[in-house]
Design a protein around this ligand. Structure first.
Ligand SMILES: [Zn+2]
Length: 156
């Protein structure tokens, strides 16, 4: 249990690392804007062996995460625009924000898609500093729940 070696939560999130070890990359290509490989992931983490897709259709749930991200981003960009450029009913600054925000969201879409998967997997797989000596988290088809080796009693 090397606490001093614990990779930072936010750092691992924004560098798209495996939630279990926070070291292995979750995507094959580093560049999300290469659209052919945007969502290409290794089957499991190259560092700790954690499978990324816990069950068939697992990634459908990311739609909710990406919706929340999109709304949060728009609120953030609206506040930033308001503070830096200003919003008025007497000119087009509000409409300019709508256009700029839409363009930014389209440009950031590949990155949002990846971030949604990273956040979504974090709901199911928690950080395990002792990952070299413990089992990975898996979906149990017999019970229809997620098996967490750290809390074997709790079925989600
Ligand atoms: Zn890992």
């Amino acid at each position: 249990m090397a606490a001093h070696n614990r990779p930072n939560y936010w750092w691992s999130l924004f560098t798209m690392k495996c939630p279990r070890c926070r070291k292995g990359p979750m995507f094959v290509s580093k560049n999300p804007w290469n659209l052919r490989t945007t969502l290409k992931m290794p089957e499991k983490c190259p560092e700790c062996g954690q499978p990324y897709k816990l069950e068939v259709g697992f990634w459908y749930g990311t739609g909710y995460v990406s919706y929340v991200l999109t709304v949060a981003f728009s609120i953030f960009s609206f506040i930033a625009w308001w503070l830096i450029i200003g919003i008025s009913v007497n000119d087009d600054r509000f409409f300019a924000w709508i256009i700029v925000n839409a363009v930014l969201m389209i440009l950031l879409q590949p990155w949002f898609m990846r971030l949604s998967r990273v956040i979504y997997l974090k709901f199911f797989v928690s950080y395990d500093p002792d990952y070299k000596n413990t089992q990975v988290r898996t979906f149990d088809y017999e019970t229809g729940g997620y098996y967490d080796p750290q809390n074997p009693e709790i079925k989600k």
